[in-house]
Design a protein around this ligand. Structure first.
Ligand code: PMT
Length: 397
């Protein structure tokens, strides 16, 4: 993975109400080890103070072209030369218009015009302003100029209206910044993932499921997107939102997941089976709600299809990654499972630490032996796992 800790970013804040979210964005980026230099328009200082931004970034904030931070008054040159990217968040309609027309009448717009590094914009404005043909023309111009546009998203706006124009949430923007710096090692590669639990109906209201949250699978989907992959995510019921850019297909039961995998696996390069698929389903689920019986209830269960087994058994299977969730004897069971599942790579985890949790630890099993990916949040682990997958995938292609 690209060493994000070495990156230096100018966070430019223009004057919109979403400016308050820059405090959180700065904190998230600084936590990743990224050096943040804040530059604000004068209007932005009415929404959030330079003092707040200085405290969070750990550096003096630039807001005045004629300020005292640089002896030669050349902040617009020195700042843009010492940075790997500039991100403007929020980017107001007015600031976007200035950039599209090459105007430079304050420090931040001059800095953007004088840059020799990539520029990312996170637009934030009222929906009518966003939909205005002038704004759309300006955005198209900036895209044509090679500027990266992050968002906006739809939702409730500060003015009380609903619609497109909200700035992406800080956590999404921080992810997008990290993704922006990743070398696109999976460009042109199609990745199919299963994630989450399955739900097997007993009757109209009851069913059998498990505690998988989908977090591990969704994190791998996110990490694959960062590396430029085309990602299809087939997910059992979860409370998570789709990673931006993935094709998400929701299913309920193992049979539905199996059908979708069969329909979409044909031209896939990498298949990663993270889902906690129910091994059994009820032979005859009742379409109505069953009445309670004093004599108890016996359910007949039938085995579900082995989805991963089906994919590895294809005449030309994609590169397959299996998962194993074990409550004990992790190494022994996982090594055996890798052989029975016939996968080149199996990622094993202890179910009591992994399921539903925000972080995890993985032990990878492949032909070369075992590799521990130490405890970390699931996105960090997913990124490390994909580096290993890419190495093995390339050896076989
Ligand atoms: O979703 P989280 O809360 O983030 O938790 C993540 C996780 C613990 C669910 C995940 O890391 C994990 O371990 N997933 C696999 C869990 C599992 O069911 O393992 P298994 O040993 O039952 O299955 C082995 C492999 O076969 C898995 O890749 C599974 O997806 C696949 N399988 C299993 C049964 C079946 N009928 N079809 C399958 O494809």
């Amino acid at each position: 993975m690209e060493q994000i800790q070495t990156k230096r970013i100018v966070l430019g804040i223009s004057g919109g109400i979403a400016a308050y979210k820059c405090a959180e964005l700065t904190r998230l980026l600084v936590n990743q080890g990224i050096q943040i230099q804040v530059a604000m328009t004068e209007a932005a200082t009415h929404f959030i103070t330079p003092t707040t931004m200085q405290a969070l970034s750990g550096k003096p904030v630039y807001s005045n072209q004629w300020g005292e931070h640089t002896a030669d008054h050349m902040a617009h040159i020195s700042l843009s030369r010492a940075t790997d990217a500039i991100i403007i968040a929020p980017a107001t309609a007015d600031f976007i218009a200035k950039l599209a027309h090459g105007l430079a009448d304050d420090l931040l717009s001059t800095l953007c015009l004088a840059r020799n590094c990539p520029l990312l914009l996170a637009p934030a404005m009222n929906k009518q302003m966003w939909e205005n043909p002038a704004t759309q023309r300006n955005i198209q111009q900036l895209v044509a100029d090679g500027v990266t546009i992050l968002g906006p998203v739809s939702g409730t706006q500060a003015c009380g209206e609903e619609g497109m124009g909200r700035m992406q949430e800080p956590v999404e923007l921080a992810r997008a910044v990290v993704a922006f710096f990743q070398p696109k090692l999976l460009s042109g590669v199609k990745v199919l993932l299963t994630a989450g639990p399955t739900y097997e109906a007993i009757d109209a209201v009851r069913g059998m499921t498990n505690r998988s949250s989908g977090k591990m699978g969704y994190a791998i989907a996110q990490a694959a997107l960062e590396l430029g992959a085309e990602v299809t995510l087939i997910s059992g019921p979860t409370a998570l939102s789709s990673p931006h850019g993935a094709v998400l297909m929701n299913v309920t039961s193992a049979a539905e997941m199996f059908d979708l995998v069969k329909n979409h696996v044909a031209d896939v390069n990498i298949f990663i089976s993270v889902a906690a698929v129910a091994d059994y389903r009820v032979a005859q689920p009742n379409k109505q709600k069953m009445k309670k019986s004093a004599s108890g209830l016996t359910l007949e269960l039938l085995p579900n299809p082995d989805i991963l087994g089906y994919v590895t058994g294809l005449p030309k299977p994609p590169f397959c990654v299996g998962f194993a969730a074990e409550s004990h004897n992790l190494h022994e069971y996982a090594a055996t499972k890798r052989k029975t599942k016939k996968v080149p790579l199996l990622a094993a985890n202890l179910v009591q630490q992994a399921i539903g949790a925000d972080d995890n630890e993985l032990v990878l099993f492949d032909d070369a032996g075992e590799h521990v990916l130490p405890r970390a949040d699931k996105l960090t682990l997913a990124r490390a796992l994909l580096q290993h997958v890419i190495k093995l995938y390339r050896q076989g292609n």
